[in-house]
Write a protein that binds this ligand. Structure first.
Ligand SMILES: [Zn+2]
Length: 383
């Protein structure tokens, strides 16, 4: 599942191997549905069981289902950790779990194993559950007649279903990630691999929706609605994964000159701090000013520099004497890639970079420019 589907409202359950485990409130709806439908099923197939037995079996099943989902996500997360990636949290919600793995897998093979270990562990859990059910006297094809066997058989089949659903080759499902890893391995272009896998995800999603609607409308089967709903969910997730890659790629192609502010506020070097504060800083509401001597960049001044001076001194102090001089500033050229500029800002811990070419100030590049760029492009992609 993708990180985009993570929702905030959740209960923190604690940590396993340093990974925060959270339970989203929507999970309770599914737990309730599972408990109710299992209780109904036990009532009709095992009328000899007491209400207490039926309800405890149903509740235990719902809780253990949660444990198996958690094991599936832990398999992804622990393998990612073993490969040196940072895993922040696992969140379980109505439709499954999400592992928040912070960094991208470094290569296609790592991505492949991190993705496939989830469905493999669900398959293994399913086999273990059915194996245990068998040890407790259940035979395949027969109705489980003890509560323990009934719980194990249900968990066994639901985990097979989980493995099957997750291996559907539609990004961002596990199977889609496996597909992405395989494409990545052959064409060596991770971004393009994501886009192809997301396209397949959309195609699979359309098929699920059509199949589900057909079952519901023609076959009068309510299960079809579930299928259509899952398809719709996958369609949404794969669409947003596609758009995300598009955006990142778009940003990767841009240079500082493409998105910098050209009309950044400038002040003359000889101006007094007093005039600077009243005429520029307070009036414009901006926080960063380029100090110029003619057209040449002399330095940068922000409220931080103003604060170094006692306000009584403001009229006698020039902007030039308190500014951060150009020689101390990290500057970039207009053809610096945006991604590179971001790295510099992070390393130097600054929020803006003057853009200079041939000693002439061209503009200023700030984090705000990127936010603006992403905002505009996200709007375009959505339509
Ligand atoms: Zn998974």
């Amino acid at each position: 599942m993708s990180e985009g589907t993570i929702m905030r409202a959740q209960i923190r359950l604690g940590r396993i191997a340093g990974i925060a485990i959270g339970l989203h409130y929507s999970w309770f709806i599914i737990a309730l549905l599972i408990t109710l439908s299992l209780a109904g099923q036990f009532h009709s197939t095992q009328p000899q069981w007491s209400d207490a037995v039926i309800w405890s079996a149903a509740i235990v099943t719902a809780v253990l289902f949660f444990v198996t989902l958690l094991l599936h996500e832990l398999a992804h997360s622990l393998l990612a950790k073993a490969k040196g990636l940072r895993v922040r949290a696992i969140t379980l919600f109505a439709l499954g779990g999400v592992s928040q793995i912070e960094s991208e897998a470094p290569d296609a093979k790592t991505e492949f194993w991190i993705a496939i270990v989830g469905p493999l562990s669900s398959l293994a859990i399913g086999l273990v559950c059915l194996g245990l059910a068998r040890l407790s006297g259940w035979t395949r094809g027969a109705e489980a007649d003890t509560p323990v066997a009934a719980v194990l058989v249900w968990l066994g089949y639901i985990n097979f279903l989980l493995a099957a659903f997750n291996i559907i080759p539609g990004y961002p499902l596990d199977g889609g990630r496996v597909l992405r890893a395989i494409i990545w391995f052959f064409n060596r272009k991770p971004a393009q691999a994501t886009q192809w896998a997301a396209r397949v995800g959309q195609a699979v999603a359309f098929l699920l929706i059509l199949l589900g609607l057909y079952q519901f409308l023609v076959g009068r089967n309510f299960g079809g609605l579930w299928l259509a709903f899952i398809g719709w969910f996958l369609l949404d997730a794969s669409r947003s994964s596609y758009a995300q890659v598009e955006l990142t790629e778009e940003l990767r192609r841009r240079t500082v000159g493409d998105i910098m502010d050209r009309d950044c506020p400038t002040v003359e070097a000889h101006l007094s701090v007093e005039d600077f504060v009243h005429e520029h800083l307070l009036r414009s509401g901006r926080r960063c000013f380029i100090v110029v001597q003619g057209r040449r960049l002399a330095g940068l001044i922000t409220p931080n520099e103003v604060r170094q001076v006692d306000w009584e001194q403001w009229p006698q102090t020039s902007v030039q004497s308190v500014m951060r001089p150009a020689a101390q500033l990290r500057i970039v050229a207009p053809d610096t890639p945006v991604v590179e500029a971001l790295k510099i800002m992070g390393r130097e811990d600054v929020n803006q970079l003057p853009v200079v070419s041939n000693g002439q100030l061209q503009g200023i590049f700030s984090r705000g420019n990127i936010v603006g760029f992403l905002h505009n492009h996200a709007e375009v992609l959505r339509h």
